[in-house]
Design a protein around this ligand. Structure first.
Ligand code: PLP
Length: 301
């Protein structure tokens, strides 16, 4: 957790960002991946040596690749053409097998149904294969309930007034928000989605920023935990990533830009002295072509 002093200055509220890109695998997903595998080993759904197969746009794949490598478990990751070459190379470096699906579902305009169909095929063909199923696995939520929630409170010295979290599978926001509400925290929870994602409502459309949003709703999310839901244009998110890098020297990924854009959208509601926390899920160095290349919006203004 670091406090940022330059963005939106001068201002009367404080801004703290949790840099989950500093995790060993480079994202929030490390925490969920470890808990999912530990829980599955503990209750026998996964036996040592059994194959783990998952559909991932990158970060969960990397988290699982690290956990599986350290436990000596083979891992097959199903990705799509949006996954960066670097993420694929990293997973392979950790010993994972990576398979890229190339056919998009024509109705929802997403690769997700194709990726999931391939996972089901592998499960049918390989007895003993384990599917973490990050979109439905409550262990991911538990990881953030036990980890992210208490850490945020500890790191800012109490419950923040506002907490902005990007949504994908919704494990992060569900676990963190549930923990805060269970403590009686007054924190206003803001779910951050990208335009074109259906997680927090709205029509499906083509999106390019990985990690945030989905073409399907989350079964993990209790929407009543959210005080606000914000949809962010992807170009605005990219502009915020660039601004963050140039003013605060923090290089973060596209969903982090969405979080900052959402903070900007709600900033006129913050009271003097409010403690605002944004969770930045991963690092920008993995998205140089998408976010920091010359053709992207430059973030001026
Ligand atoms: C880049 C990125 N954005 C957003 C999220 C949202 O997380 P979740 O799938 O828990 O909703 C994640 C999760 O790690 C992520 O890696």
């Amino acid at each position: 957790m670091v406090e940022l002093g330059c963005l939106w200055a001068p201002r009367r509220w404080s801004l703290h960002v949790k840099l989950d890109g500093m995790n060993p695998g480079g994202s929030s997903k490390d925490r969920a991946a470890l808990r999912i595998i530990d829980d599955a080993l503990a209750d026998g759904r996964l036996r040592p040596g059994g194959l783990v197969v998952e559909s991932s746009s990158g970060n969960m794949g990397l988290g699982l690749a690290i956990v599986c490598a350290s436990y000596g478990i083979p891992f097959l990751c199903i990705v799509d053409p949006h996954t960066t070459r670097q993420n694929i190379a990293l997973m392979r470096a950790y010993g994972a097998t990576v398979e890229v699906v190339t056919v998009e579902d024509p109705v929802v305009k997403s690769y997700l149904p194709t990726r999931l169909a391939r996972v089901r095929q592998v499960l049918a063909e390989q007895p003993g294969a384990f599917w973490p199923n990050q979109y439905e696995n409550p262990s991911g939520v538990a990881a953030h309930y036990d980890g992210t929630g208490p850490e945020i409170a500890r790191q800012v010295g109490g419950f923040p007034d506002w907490l902005f979290i990007a949504v994908g599978t919704c494990a992060t926001i569900q676990g963190t928000a549930r923990w805060l509400k269970d403590q009686g925290a007054h924190t206003r929870i803001v779910g951050v989605d990208s335009v074109g994602s259906v997680v927090l409502g709205g029509p499906a459309a083509r999106r390019k920023i990985p990690g945030i949003g989905s073409a399907q709703k989350s079964s993990l999310l209790d929407l009543s935990l959210l005080d606000h839901a914000v949809h962010v244009e992807e170009d605005a998110a990219i502009a915020w990533c660039r601004r963050l890098a140039r003013t605060e020297a923090v290089l973060a990924g596209g969903s982090s830009g969405c979080v900052l854009a959402a903070i900007d959208q709600l900033s006129d509601r913050f009271a003097d002295g409010d403690v605002v926390v944004g969770l930045l899920p991963d690092r920008g160095s993995r998205y140089m072509d998408l976010i920091f290349d010359d053709g992207a919006p430059d973030g001026h203004g």
